[in-house]
Design a binder for this molecule. Structure first.
Ligand code: GLA
Length: 399
C-alpha cells in the first residue's frame, strides 16, 4: 500500500468508527499537501513574490452528508490523529473560537465560507494526515485547505484555488490567531506536480515552474520545534510594516534597493535591516525560478546561500543549530561554479526545517553531512528525506 492508500484506509475506518458502522459510508475523499518554501522567505506578508512547492505529504479527508434534525444541520468531524477526538458545529448558530487548534481550523473554515455568502450543508468529516507537525511544512494550512475543500465540495460550492486559499488563511488568522500570510494555503491549493509555484502575493497571480529532473528536493527537519504564534513572527511582521511606513510605500515590495539605501540614514537600523532582507529576497525569487527550471546547481547554491545569510543576519529568524546544519550541508555541496546545489532555512524560522535542492548525484553527500551534524551536535536530532513536488488540493479516488 502506498502512502495515499494508507491514509485513505485510515480515514475510511475512522469515519466508520466515529459515525457508526451501520450508517452510510463516506462518499468522497479529498487531499491537500504540505509545502516547503524554496525561496522568498518572510516576503508573502510584504506583498512580494514567493516560490514554494507542495510536497508528497498530505492531509486526507473522508466526507459524507451530515445530520440534520428538524431543519437544524451540523458539521461533525473526527480528528483521527488527535486520538479520534470529535467536533460538532451547529450550522444555525454563530460559530465561536475554542481552545483546540484543529477544532478552530474547522470552525474557521465553516465560518469564512458562510461569511462569503456560501451555505454550508450538513457534513461529516474524518481527517488524518502525514505532514510532519511543527517542522515548518505547513501541516495546519494543509489541514485547513483539505477541510475547506471537502466542505465546499459536499456543499456544492464552486471554489477556485485562490478563493480556497483565502478562506483557509482567514480561518487560520481569525480562529487560530496566527498572522500567517497567503503563501502556505496557496501552495497547498494551487501547486502542480513536479513544479514549484511562482506566486505574486499581492495579485495572487501564479504560474507553475517545472523543475529540472536533474534536481532532487531534500528537506531536513532540524528537530527543533517552533510555535509560530508565540515566536517573533508577529514582531517581524510589525517591523516590516513600520519599515514600509518609514519609506512611504504601501508594502516593502514597492521599495527599491536604491530608495532603501538613500533613506536608511534616519531610520532605526533594525528596521533598515528588515527591509534589506525583504527587498533583496524578492530580487532572488525570479532568478531562482530560472535556475530550478534549468537545473543550474551553481546558481541555486549562490541564491539560496544569500537567502540564508540574509535571514540570519538581516531578518534574524534563524537559530544557531539551524545555521550550523545549513553550513555543514553547504560545505558538503561545494561552492562556486562546481557547487552541487543550494541549501537554506525554510519557513518562518526559529527552528523547523532546512531545504536543499541538489543534483541527484549529491543526495548521499547531504545525508552524510546531516549525520555528521547530528553526531557533533548533541542538542539536535536532525533527519533528512528526499521529497517529490506534489500537486495541489483535489478530490482523490480510492484505489
Ligand atoms: C510562515 C507563514 C507564511 C510565511 C512564512 C515565512 O510559514 O505562515 O505565511 O510568512 O512563515 O516566509
Amino acid at each position: 500500500m502506498n502512502r495515499r492508500d494508507r491514509l485513505i484506509a485510515r480515514v475510511r475506518q475512522g469515519y466508520r468508527l466515529a459515525f457508526g458502522t451501520k450508517g452510510p459510508e463516506p462518499r468522497r475523499f479529498f487531499a491537500a499537501p504540505g509545502r516547503v518554501n524554496l525561496i522568498g522567505e518572510h516576503v508573502d506578508y510584504n506583498d512580494g513574490y514567493v516560490l514554494p512547492c507542495a510536497i508528497n505529504r498530505e492531509t486526507l479527508v473522508a466526507a459524507g452528508s451530515g445530520p440534520e434534525v428538524g431543519g437544524r444541520g451540523y458539521v461533525e468531524a473526527v480528528a483521527i490523529d488527535a486520538g479520534q477526538a470529535r467536533e460538532k458545529i451547529a450550522l444555525y448558530a454563530p460559530i465561536q473560537r475554542t481552545e483546540d487548534s484543529w477544532r478552530n481550523l474547522i470552525r474557521g473554515a465553516v465560518a469564512f465560507l458562510e461569511s462569503r455568502g456560501y451555505g454550508v450543508l450538513p457534513t461529516r468529516l474524518a481527517i488524518a494526515g502525514d505532514v510532519p507537525m511543527g517542522a515548518g511544512l505547513s501541516s495546519s494550512a494543509s489541514f485547513t485547505v483539505a477541510v475547506t475543500l471537502a466542505l465546499a465540495q459536499l456543499s456544492r460550492i464552486p471554489l477556485a484555488a485562490d478563493e480556497l486559499a483565502m478562506v483557509a488563511k482567514e480561518a487560520e488568522n481569525a480562529f487560530l490567531g496566527t498572522a500567517c500570510g497567503i503563501m502556505d494555503p496557496m501552495a497547498c491549493a494551487a501547486s502542480s506536480m513536479g513544479s514549484a509555484l511562482l506566486l505574486d502575493c499581492r495579485s495572487l497571480q501564479h504560474m507553475p515552474i517545472p523543475v529540472s529532473k536533474k534536481l532532487s528536493l531534500i528537506i531536513i527537519d532540524s528537530g527543533i520545534r517552533r510555535e509560530l504564534a508565540n515566536s517573533a513572527f508577529n514582531t517581524r511582521r510589525r517591523e516590516s510594516e513600520a519599515a514600509a511606513r518609514h519609506f512611504g510605500v504601501k508594502a516593502l515590495r514597492d521599495l527599491t534597493m536604491d530608495a532603501l539605501e538613500a533613506g536608511s540614514s534616519d531610520v532605526d537600523p533594525v528596521l533598515a535591516s528588515r527591509a534589506r532582507h525583504v527587498v533583496s529576497e524578492i530580487a532572488r525569487v525570479e532568478p531562482t525560478a530560472v535556475a530550478l527550471s534549468q537545473g543550474d546547481a551553481a546558481a541555486l547554491s549562490r541564491l539560496m546561500r544569500a537567502s540564508h545569510v540574509s535571514l540570519r543576519d538581516d531578518y534574524e529568524v534563524t537559530v544557531p543549530e539551524v545555521d550550523r546544519l545549513t553550513d555543514t550541508v553547504w560545505a558538503a555541496l561545494g561552492d562556486g561554479d562546481d557547487a552541487l546545489g543550494g541549501v537554506r532555512m525554510t519557513g518562518a524560522g526559529f527552528g523547523g526545517s532546512v531545504v536543499a535542492v541538489v543534483r541527484k548525484s549529491a543526495v548521499e553527500r547531504v545525508f552524510d553531512a546531516v549525520q555528521k551534524t547530528y553526531n557533533s551536535t548533541a542538542q539536535i536530532r536532525a533527519s533528512a528525506d528526499v521529497y517529490t513536488m506534489a500537486g495541489g488540493a483535489r478530490e482523490v479516488t480510492p484505489a
